[in-house]
Write a protein that binds this ligand. Structure first.
Ligand SMILES: Cc1cc2nc3c(=O)[nH]c(=O)nc-3n(C[C@H](O)[C@H](O)[C@H](O)COP(=O)(O)O)c2cc1C
Length: 348
């Protein structure tokens, strides 16, 4: 069944690509909601790995932004992702930016988005996620409302509301599409934010992951790493979309927003290496940005990622990409003579 469904999505690609990208996305979510429930990935397999106290069946996750409202985490786990991150979710429902705000750059295997945290809000998401039977690792990525007078208190509220429902919580301060949000990555603001989030989470809550932008200066990287270690975060997710524009072929190249997919790959890998150096391996890293193949994913592991995530490559390859990458990584791990993912992390 998983293979049939993955194949179906590949066959449906031309039809989906004929639609406006946001309509295609909505249709995909609607189809996924109707899919029968499937087996979750085995908890023990060659790629099983323990990070931040959680047992991941494999290190390949679905990045935030695909399932913003937590509607289809189980369907996506069923495609073989080792974990799924839903969100970003904000306290209040929010419409996001005016459309069009999502662009496929097919010639570049890339996406540009300026969605602006469109989501149905915390209450609806909590009801939906609370109704799951909660097998499988589902992280909840939280954000702040655009018009909030106090963004730090938005993150604290979200932490309180979502902690009981999440395997881990991601504090997302790296979206380029909410004006001023990324200023929370500055040293003083970040300390204050993480103090508030950790207080709201309490002693027994889930691990807190922090998601950063790839557009950071070396001094930012050092400061964020220090603060993350001090606050004993579960992991750093490196990272979000970029506002930079490497050379692109598509006619949409000039659209404002965050760029993801293949053209982000080199920058994301470089940032991962920067964070590995700055953290000295004291905190797990999640490598994200332009991962499309088992080789890309394995390269990220060797460069210091304990886990990886992807989104844009799935737009082009379909959800079968999760199993393809997992299988390929098993082969690469064997080729390189590692007995576990953990042993390979940062060994380049
Ligand atoms: C359409 C779209 C929406 C996204 N929305 C979010 C979001 O709400 N929160 C977030 O943390 N990241 C969001 N992201 C960023 C992804 O999680 C990921 O960090 C980024 O796309 C790089 O990975 P990729 O090259 O594999 O896509 C979004 C990405 C895309 C393409």
């Amino acid at each position: 069944m998983p293979y049939a469904a993955a194949m179906l999505f590949r066959l449906a690609r031309p039809a989906l690509f004929a639609l406006d990208p946001e309509r295609a996305h909505r249709l995909t979510i609607a189809l996924l909601k109707r899919m029968p429930r499937r087996e979750l990935p085995r908890a023990v397999g060659p790629l099983a790995t323990r990070v931040a106290g959680l047992d991941f069946p494999n290190p390949v996750g679905l990045a935030a932004g695909f399932d913003k409202d937590g509607e289809v985490p189980d369907a996506m786990l069923g495609f073989g992702f080792g974990f799924v991150e839903v969100g970003s979710i904000t306290p209040l429902p929010q419409a996001g930016n005016p459309k069009p705000r999502l662009f496929r750059l097919a010639e570049d295997e890339a996406v540009i988005n300026r969605m602006g945290f469109n989501n149905g809000g915390a209450e609806a998401a909590a009801a939906r996620l609370g109704a799951r039977d909660r097998r499988g690792i589902v992280g909840i990525n939280v954000g702040a409302n655009k018009d909030s007078p106090d963004r730090i208190s938005d993150y604290a509220r979200m932490t309180e509301a979502m902690a009981p429902l999440a395997s881990y919580l991601t504090v997302n301060i790296s979206s380029p599409n909410t004006p001023g949000l990324r200023a929370l990555q500055d040293e003083g603001a970040l300390r204050e934010l993480l103090d508030a989030v950790l207080a709201a989470r309490g002693e027994s809550g889930p691990p807190i992951f922090l998601k950063v932008a790839p557009d950071l200066e070396p001094s930012d990287i050092d400061a964020i790493s220090r603060i993350a270690i001090e606050h004993r975060l579960g992991a750093l997710i490196v990272g979000n979309t970029t506002i930079s524009r490497p050379p692109l072929k598509s006619k949409h190249a000039g659209e404002a927003g965050g760029l993801s997919g293949q053209p982000l790959k080199d920058l994301a890998l470089q940032r991962l290496r920067d964070f590995r150096r700055a953290t000295g391996g004291e905190i797990p890293l999640v490598g994200v940005g332009g991962i499309a193949t088992a080789h890309d994913a394995w390269q990220r592991i060797l460069a210091g990622a304990s886990l990886v995530q992807l989104y844009s490559a799935m737009v082009y390859a379909g959800p079968g990409i999760a199993r393809q990458i997992v299988r390929g990584m098993e082969t690469l791990m064997q080729r390189d003579g590692f007995a576990s993912v953990a042993e390979a992390v940062g060994s380049e």
